[in-house]
Write a protein that binds this ligand. Structure first.
Ligand SMILES: [Zn+2]
Length: 567
């Protein structure tokens, strides 16, 4: 800005009518201009020092539907979600742009600006199409657990095929920037923090401690050991889970005891107070499906900021925080439960205190924070049925049997196409060739059979999807989600509200807005208060951050910059 003003000043001087001056006056004038120019160059240089925030904090609230911002708005305090909305910039129509909408996939797309077809993370698990092995997204047999005796730490970002925005920050600053990932879930800590992170930490149920792997380090840092020594999980679980406010005030949710809510292993009914102090004795991972898992994670995130001195050096640091308990609570009780409402009201308070911590440590206006989600969630099927809304149980076993029988009848062999994973099916090319059948014809017949089954809206032979009559918005999500090495080449798209379920709680994974409309709010350094209702996608987050930070976008980026935020 300053450079422009001074430059226009010079232009004005040179535009001054020259003919009224003598030659001598002219040369004096030129010397003055040269002198001014001389003064101007160093001053511009010092004013143009690159501006970046001290710290970026990327918060991903697992399974947070966008509408939770508004559904509980009147019950939130001023310092948490409302502070983000009232001080920050909200992108109100941010959507996931691929299927299936699962956890590992979402975290990867947020931090890579890519899609599964390119970044390789096609599910929490996938079937390797060459070996036919079931692969967990962050499994890595070549590394060891650090901080645990179990296999829980044999994890790394090895299967992620592209760089993350956090990797790019490290690259851009010759690895001076520090990057740390934090979550209860291994995948939600590792994938956001990227390949070149200083550390990624996750929670081990058996030892009830935060651990890592030899991908990052050979020993836990002292600050992690100190945090683990405090034994916070046991303290949280020593009290039962009651509602934060009188239960009669939870008017945005169903009654406490409804048949479609799940329970803890030894719990009879899904009602408050949840006797977690008792159930915790036999269920070591129980903190995950209580709001206290989020509190624990944010406490650990604060310890990470202090432990690594994040935001205190000359380079921008990046902390990724996944709040996983919203997901576990959502799966168990569903989006309309008092448990879900209470979890968000408690998270709101935890976020307020986390933002106050950041204000105190890093300074208000010195850090950029953004909040989003890896996916949303469907309403519980029987909740929908109780209100005459469209939803039902997708019977996958019957579906696969119908396909088998149909192929058997037409081609004399039912195993030409088999179930894969994540709504995908796999064509057995070897078998099809050995029977001298036409590959595309077999797949086309499978699509026809599948599309006639209850609960199936569409089926597609993905390499030939251009020829299908599936509406464009769904078609492009299918193509974005398809990686030939890590997914079968056929897919089914369920009808709205249909998914496989045992009738308790809910899940996610579909293309529909209930699973794919996610919150997205930026706040702090570089952000002007406001909002946009324009449609953006999850893969637009990373390139927007790249533009804000003046660093290269990740290597598999297909997203576009949200120009209302990063101009
Ligand atoms: Zn998730």
């Amino acid at each position: 800005m300053n450079a422009k003003v001074e430059l226009s000043g010079l232009v004005l001087l040179s535009l001054t009518p020259m003919k009224i001056y003598t030659m001598k006056q002219k040369s004096i004038f030129s010397i003055v201009i040269l002198f001014l120019l001389f003064l101007w160059i160093p001053s511009v240089k010092s004013q143009q020092k690159l501006q970046r925030p001290k710290l970026v904090v990327g918060i991903v609230a697992d399974q947070m539907r966008w509408d939770y911002l508004y559904r509980y708005y009147d019950r939130y305090g001023d310092g948490g979600f409302k502070r983000l909305m009232n001080e920050g910039f909200e992108v109100k129509n941010t959507f996931i742009n691929y299927v299936p909408s699962y956890t590992a996939v979402g975290h990867t797309v947020i931090f890579t600006g890519s899609v599964p077809a390119i970044d390789g993370i096609t599910g929490n698990n996938w079937i390797d199409q060459n070996t036919l092995q079931n692969v967990y997204c962050t499994d890595d047999s070549t590394v060891q657990s650090v901080g645990a005796d179990t296999k829980a730490g044999k994890m790394s970002p090895r299967n992620l095929l592209v760089t993350t925005i956090t990797d790019e920050l490290r690259l851009a600053t010759n690895f001076h920037s520090k990057v740390v990932g934090v979550s209860l879930k291994d995948r939600a800590s590792i994938l956001p923090a990227g390949h070149a992170a200083n550390g990624a930490f996750w929670y081990d149920d058996d030892s009830q401690k935060f651990i890592t792997s030899t991908w990052y380090m050979n020993e836990l840092p002292d600050w992690v050991k100190n945090f683990n020594a405090k034994d916070e999980p046991a303290k949280f679980m020593s009290k039962d889970w009651n509602t934060l406010y009188p239960i009669s005030t939870y008017t945005e949710s169903t009654a406490d005891n409804v048949p479609w809510e799940g329970t803890s292993k030894e719990e009879k009914n899904p009602v408050f107070p949840h006797k977690i102090s008792e159930f915790f004795k036999t269920d070591k991972g129980l903190i995950r499906s209580t709001p206290f898992g989020n509190t624990l994670t944010l406490n650990f995130a604060e310890a990470a900021i202090d432990g690594y001195d994040l935001g205190s050096g000359n380079y921008t640091d990046f902390l990724t925080v996944n709040l996983a308990s919203t997901d576990y609570v959502g799966h168990k009780y569903g989006p309309n439960s008092i448990e879900a409402e209470d979890t968000y009201l408690r998270l709101d308070k935890d976020l307020a205190s986390f933002f106050s911590f950041l204000d105190a440590r890093i300074g208000k206006g010195n850090y950029t924070v953004f909040l989003t989600a890896d996916h949303g969630a469907a309403h519980a099927i029987n909740f929908m049925k109780a209100h005459k809304l469209p939803a039902d149980f997708l019977q996958t076993t019957e579906l696969v049997k119908a396909l088998h029988d149909g192929l058997q009848k037409r081609f004399g062999n039912g195993n030409l196409i088999v179930n894969d994973l994540n709504y995908h099916l796999r064509a057995n090319k070897k078998l099809i060739d050995s029977l001298h059948l036409n590959f595309d014809e077999v797949k086309a017949e499978a699509v026809r059979i599948l599309e006639r089954q209850p609960g199936v809206a569409f089926a597609a032979d993905i390499p030939n999807i251009g020829k299908s009559a599936i509406p464009e918005p769904v078609k492009f999500m299918i193509a974005n989600g398809y990686n030939p090495k890590r997914a079968g080449e056929l897919i089914i798209i369920p009808e709205s509200g249909w998914f496989p379920s045992n009738g308790k709680g809910t899940t996610h994974g579909a293309w529909n807005p209930y699973d794919t409309h996610i919150p997205l709010i930026f706040m702090g350094w570089g952000i002007t208060h406001g909002h946009t209702s324009k449609t953006y996608y999850m893969s637009d987050i990373a390139p927007t951050l790249a533009t804000l930070l003046h660093i290269q976008m990740p290597s598999g980026n297909v997203g576009k910059v949200i120009t209302e935020i990063a101009k």
